[in-house]
Design a protein around this ligand. Structure first.
Ligand SMILES: [Zn+2]
Length: 302
């Protein structure tokens, strides 16, 4: 009996030692947030994203395996502004992890300190509305990427103060790389100024504001609401009248309707990614923002 107890004691000691030395377990909703967190946390963190990059961000599948991952996590990181409304609240409830619930230190929305665009004037939530708190696709503006990075680094330091110096160093090293890319893209994007375009879903207001484009409408009727035949007819007529020559297609949605619109309006179809992993080229956030600007510049040049 004594031997058994001693055995058990050492086993428990081993488990507690291995737990204390293990990395901080973090789950993010989208791969962009996972990339930032790995850059900031390095070996101190073990990060996994629920979405892979090709899902519709408003409709990431609610899988039991996702709830199990959240059950074991120390921190969950989301974009917020209702971006994850269709899957995260349900997953957090199913996770049975009290540390990760909204308002707890283990729950972070990276939109803190950011001014959302397109906040609805009325508080009534129309059917199918996916942007009830304003547009949540701010990750597509690299300058707002800086805000996300700072918010993640701050929360990591607050939750694990013993590692604050390492998180600061990780953050600063990454922001230096991000700032260099932002400056490079600012120059590269010059030909985009004034370019009129439409897209499938309303993903691009922050990107448009950053690079001086003109966002002329969406194929969707409203965020999350499929187009009616009349909407497509009107859209094509307006594209012809206003010389709108570019249609952005997000890989999340079928190519069928965008292809038809492009054909009818005599425009060009351009595939851009809305998050890391959306296209094979966008392996990291720096790759993502680079790919989107370069691809669009290539498309608008004669
Ligand atoms: Zn959206």
């Amino acid at each position: 009996m004594k031997a058994l107890l001693r055995h058990l004691f050492f086993l428990l000691l081993l488990i507690s030692l291995s737990r204390s030395s293990a990395a901080i377990r973090i789950i993010t909703t989208i791969p962009d947030l996972a990339d930032f967190t790995r850059e900031i946390g390095g070996k101190l963190v073990e990060v996994e994203s629920l979405a892979t990059g090709v899902e519709d961000t408003h409709a990431v599948p609610v899988k039991p395996s996702h709830a199990a991952k959240l059950n074991r996590a120390d921190l969950v990181i989301a974009l917020g502004l209702d971006m994850e409304h269709s899957f995260l609240p349900a997953l957090l409830e199913a996770s049975h992890n009290p540390r990760l619930q909204p308002g707890k230190p283990g729950y972070l929305e990276t939109s803190a300190g950011l001014t959302p665009l397109e906040v609805p004037r009325t508080l009534t939530k129309s059917e199918g509305e996916q942007h009830a708190q304003g547009n949540p696709h701010y990750n597509l503006d690299p300058v707002l990427g800086r805000v996300i990075v700072n918010n993640i680094a701050d929360r990591l330091s607050q939750n694990w103060p013993a590692h604050a110096a390492a998180f600061r160093a990780g953050r600063d090293a990454y922001l230096a790389k991000l700032d260099a890319k932002i400056a490079e893209l600012e120059k590269l994007a010059a030909p985009l100024r004034g370019t009129k375009f439409i897209s499938y879903h309303n993903h691009w207001p922050y990107f448009t504001a950053r690079y001086g484009l003109v966002y002329a409408g969406t194929i969707e009727l409203r965020p999350g609401v499929e187009p009616t035949p009349k909407h497509i007819v009107d859209l094509v007529a307006r594209m012809k009248a206003e010389q709108i020559k570019v249609v952005v297609r997000e890989p999340q949605f079928s190519e069928k309707t965008p292809s038809r619109v492009v054909e009818q309006a005599g425009a060009k179809l351009v595939k851009l990614a809305i998050m890391v992993g959306g296209v094979p080229e966008a392996k990291t956030y720096l790759d993502l923002i680079d790919y989107n600007v370069r691809t669009l510049v290539k498309a608008v040049q004669p």
